[in-house]
Ligand binder design. Sequence first.
Ligand SMILES: [Zn+2]
Ligand SMILES: [Zn+2]
Length: 305
Amino acid sequence: MTHGRATAAPLPHFDADLHSHSCVSDGTLTPAEVVRRAHAAGVRLFSLTDHDHLGGTAEARDEAQRLGIAFVCGVEVSVSWGGETVHVVGLRVEPDAPALVRGLAATRSGRDERARAMARELARAGVAGAFEGALRHASNPALVGRTHFARFLVEQGVCADVREVFRNFLVEGKPGFVPHRWASLGDALDWILDAGGVAALAHPARYRLDAAALETLIDEFRACGGTAIEVVCGSHARDEQRRFAAIASRFRLLASRGSDFHGPGENRVEFGQLPALPDGLVPVWHDWPEADCERAAQVASAIGG
Ligand SMILES: [Zn+2]
Ligand SMILES: [Zn+2]
C-alpha cells in the first residue's frame, strides 16, 4: 500500500499567482482575506508580496496551510534605477534573513518623509489635508504611499477612480509628485539572494524606459543575480505578454505570473483570471517543491528542459 498524499487529477492549467498585496502595504484586505480570495478563485500556488514589508507573511502562510494552498514567502522591493522606480519581487525568501529584514526597514524609513512632501505638493495644487487623509486609508501609518493618497483623492471626488489619479496626479510632471530614492538594484538583489530567494523583475511593461534602456536594466538585473521576469501580470496587455515572453526566452529568464492584486475593484484582473504563461517558457516555480511536481515535470519535458 502506498503511503502519503492522494494523487489529484492534473488540472488543465496550473494557476500560480506570485504577486499580490494586503493591507500590510497598500492592499485593502488582510493577509488572510487575500489568501482566501486567491484560493476561492482556484489559485494553487500563491505568494503575498507586500511592498518592502514581510509583516503579513505569518498570517498568510497560516491561512494557506489551513486551506491547503501552496504558499511561498514573497516581498516586492522598491528600487531606483535610471531615474525610474523599478519593482523587484523576491520569491521563496526566508522572512527572517537579517540582510533582507534590515534592508527593507531602511527602504521603509524614507516613506513618512516622502508622504509629508507629497501632501505639501498636493496642498500647493489646492488639495488640503492630504497627509491626514492618506493616513486614514493606511492600516500601517509607517507605510503610507501613493496608493493611499490616490484613495483619498477618489474619496474627495477629485478623481473618479485610482487609475484616473495615476494619470493626473502623483506621477512625474503632475501635482503631488515627489521624487524618492529607493534601494539600489544591487542591494535589493543582494538582500533577496542572501535570503535564499529568487528575484523576478516585476511588471516590466510599466516602466518609462525605451527598448535600449530596458535591455540595459535586464542586463544589470541578471548581472546582479536576477533570474526571473513577470511575463503574465495584471498590468500586461496581451501584446505585452508576447513581448516579454520573447524577452524571457532571449535573456534566458524564468517566467513569473501574478495578478498584482490590491483589492476588490482596484485591479484590471482578479485572482483566477490571468491567462496561462505562453508556451515555451520555463516557469519560475518549475523546480519548487511547493509547486505540483508532476505538473512541473511535464512542463520541463515539454520544453526539453
Ligand atoms: Zn509593483
Ligand atoms: Zn505589486
